[in-house]
Design a protein around this ligand. Structure first.
Ligand code: F6P
Length: 376
């Protein structure tokens, strides 16, 4: 690789807390340690094709460490290898515009790119690397579903939000003897529901990995009534489904690498339960996007910062084509090819997400303390 003088940053996919800590770490290390110029692209890969970018100076990133979101904005659409354009007559076309993006990088004199994102965003990062662009990846997801890293920033802050919400919901559930259904994010991985539910003392946790039987949930409610605790807290992961049933899909987003959007399974369960336990009022809360924002936790600030600094070190030490990862308490790295699979351009690591093991320690510990997973 030629001498690196200027690097670009992209934040892609759904946002989460900790992104600004990564941007802070990258920019400060790049400038202070290596004397580089830093450019931030706006709205994920869209900025690369629309030439929407700005220089990042020490001042630009000062004071952003604790803030949720991303100062660069993000997009979970805009796959430049299959880019959606709406023509004047309303017809839609998909084209590979990645060569144009590479030309833009060259024109701007950008020698290397740091891409911060989840599965879809990192798949494109790998594809740009295959086209000769020196790219380093930084893993991001609140869902904790990327197998290539023990954990990512954002997840911890989301868990804090879920725990805080469950603490609040407990008191009103108690006052009214209600059954409270609380839906959390996570796509096909139940980690947010499991760890959030454990910390927030849920009575029932419903996961995509363990299809539920509604009668088992009713049984748990009745057990608590008999015990004299006339309220029940049910945490449901958005990807949960009934035994023999389907997941609840809110919408399909055409131009997204991972096009399924979940949402609403909590309402389905609330309706089912209300019929089966008329003696209780059943109420539904979807925590939705509050899980993606807020003041970044200490853990996510530190991890984001370490990922950012290490990503710059990778770029400067011949590590293009790799992604930083957390293994145990150490930051190491792994080839992007291994992170997102080695298939065709645009192929994500479908089916390869990090899911909850129904026989694993967390689920077994939860069962030991009496939490139901909706199994008879
Ligand atoms: O992957 C992160 C995530 O927040 C999921 O937990 C959730 O299902 C999804 O993104 C929501 O995406 P959108 O922002 O497109 O609604």
């Amino acid at each position: 690789m030629n001498k690196v003088r200027k690097i670009g940053i992209i934040t892609g996919g759904g946002d989460c807390s900790g992104l600004n800590a990564v941007i802070n770490g990258i920019t400060k290390a790049a400038i202070n340690k290596y004397g580089l110029e830093v450019v931030g692209f706006t709205k994920g890969y869209h900025g690369l094709i629309s030439n929407n970018h700005r220089p990042l100076a020490l001042k630009t990133v000062s004071g952003i460490m604790h803030e949720g979101g991303t100062i660069l904005k993000s997009s979970n659409k805009d796959n430049l290898f299959n880019y959606r354009t709406v023509n004047q007559d309303g017809s839609v076309e998909y084209n590979d515009v990645s060569d144009e993006a590479v030309k833009n990088l060259k024109r701007l004199g950008i020698d290397a790119l740091i891409v911060i994102g989840g599965d879809g965003t990192l798949t494109s990062a790998r594809d740009f690397y295959r086209k000769g662009v020196p790219v380093v990846g930084v893993p991001k997801t609140i869902d904790n579903d990327l197998p290539a890293t023990d954990v990512t920033f954002g997840y911890n802050t989301s868990l804090e939000t879920i725990t805080d919400a469950l603490d609040k919901i407990h008191t009103t559930a108690f006052s009214h003897d209600r059954v409270m259904v609380v839906e959390v994010m996570g796509r096909n991985s139940g980690w947010l529901a499991l760890e959030g539910g454990l910390a927030g003392s849920a009575d029932v946790i419903l996961l995509p990995e363990i299809p539920y039987d509604i009668n088992a949930v009713v049984e748990k409610v009745r057990e608590r009534d008999a015990f004299g605790r006339n309220f029940t807290i049910i945490v449901v992961s958005e990807g949960a489904k009934e035994q023999g049933g389907e997941q609840t899909i809110r919408e399909l987003v055409e131009d997204s690498a991972d096009n399924v959007r979940f949402g609403g399974v909590g309402q389905v369960i609330t309706n089912q339960l209300q019929k089966l336990i008329p003696e209780h009022e059943v109420r539904y809360t979807n925590l939705a996007y509050i899980q993606r924002g807020g003041i970044t936790s200490q853990f996510d600030r530190a991890l984001g910062l370490l990922f950012g600094v290490n990503a710059v070190d990778l770029i400067m030490n011949g590590g293009a084509g790799r992604m930083v990862q957390l293994k145990g308490r150490k930051i190491t790295s792994i080839p992007l090819e291994e992170v997102v699979g080695s298939g065709a351009v645009g192929e994500t690591s479908k089916g390869g997400g990090k899911t909850v093991d129904p026989e694993g320690q967390y689920v077994q510990a939860a069962k030991a303390i009496g939490i139901s997973f909706g199994e008879l």
